[in-house]
Design a protein around this ligand. Structure first.
Ligand code: RI2
Length: 327
């Protein structure tokens, strides 16, 4: 790691964490944020920068590497911003210790926020409820865990969630908690809404107008739930509030590798060739659910009607934010 013009060397923990986030080895908005903060702390701890400017440049470069992995979950830039803004001091030693402290306190806050949010969300669930889930969200599961701790008995209808089937992770967790699970393909959701008392999902980002950006398929589920009269709750700690949307920016929706949808072998079965440009396959990872289809957003600060989330967003982020990892 040098003080010169060369791009600062990245700690292997940063490179590995970035790779794991990009490939979804590490996934889920809160988990991604936690891993990114930990990687920045590793970078800070191992830095041999010889000047405060070099140290700051190094941390910014690490943050950029982590930032450029996945575009939609705002928890990632929010985590990086928290650590970079907490990195203060006039010496390398002070910068290093403040960066590590900021990362540690971010990670502790994350756990605490999820516990608090879980207790709020649990209050929305009644003893005997059947809860339908989509994808795998640790914030949503925190609500179920807290409800179980309150002594409520729940059952779950778990949507498989194509193409990556994160519903299996949800099913595994729920079975560990001994919750009876019915696993269904995504296409069966409307039919099974008749058996559900509640739809509970997480979020990757929440926009200032209360729109919920979550795993592809959430918006269709929400529209169907509204049609069926099934309440839909979004569990999202405030880390998921997207401050850029306060100033009119939209949330970028990640397009992932189409091979998650259609393997080369499957494509050959359709086209006889794996290079038919006239067969278009698309794989957007997220969609946007308008606020009118959501009953409540549950955060560690309590529950909010989606339309009023902007008030909380302003309180937490002011008029907007900048990106401290940019040079
Ligand atoms: P938690 C996931 O995205 C899902 O969309 C999930 O609802 C959301 O992150 C929030 O997860 P992906 O990483 O933060 O699977 O609640 O694409 O764990």
């Amino acid at each position: 790691m040098t003080d010169g013009d060369a791009e600062p060397a990245l700690h292997e923990a940063v490179v590995e964490t970035a790779e794991n986030i990009a490939t979804m080895e590490t996934r889920g908005a809160a988990t991604i944020a936690d891993a990114a903060a930990a990687a920045l702390a590793d970078q800070a701890a191992a830095s041999d920068a010889e000047s405060p400017a070099a140290f700051r440049a190094e941390l910014r470069a690490a943050a950029r590497e982590l930032h450029d992995t996945r575009p939609t979950a705002v928890s990632l830039p929010n985590a990086l911003r928290f650590v970079l803004q907490g990195t203060e001091g006039d010496t390398v030693a002070d910068l290093r210790s403040s960066a590590i402290t900021a990362a540690e306190s971010f990670r502790e806050d994350l756990d605490r926020a999820q516990d608090r949010l879980g207790r709020v969300g649990a209050n929305r669930l009644q003893d005997g409820d059947v809860v339908m889930t989509h994808c795998h969200s640790t914030d949503a599961l925190a609500c179920i865990e807290a409800a179980l701790e309150q002594g409520k008995e729940l059952e779950a209808i778990v949507k498989e969630t194509r193409p990556r089937k994160q519903g299996h992770i949800t099913a595994r967790q729920l079975r560990e908690w001994e919750v009876p699970v019915t696993l269904i393909v995504d296409n069966a959701a409307r039919r099974y809404l008749d058996d559900a008392d509640h739809v509970l999902v997480g979020a990757d980002s929440i926009a200032a107008d209360g729109s919920v950006i979550n795993k592809i398929g959430t918006s269709g589920l929400a529209v169907n739930a509204r049609d069926r009269g099934t309440p839909i709750t979004v569990a999202a700690q405030t880390l998921k509030l997207h401050p850029d949307t306060l100033t009119g920016h939209t949330v970028e929706i990640e397009d992932r590798d189409v091979r998650e949808v259609l393997s080369v072998e499957e494509q050959r079965e359709i086209t006889g060739d794996d290079a038919d440009e006239e067969l278009v396959v698309e794989n957007p990872a997220f969609d946007v659910t308008p606020p009118r289809y959501v009953d409540a957003i549950v955060t560690e600060h309590g529950q909010f009607p989606p339309e009023s989330i902007v008030t909380l967003m302003r309180e937490l982020y002011g008029a907007g934010v900048d990106d401290p990892w940019d040079d």
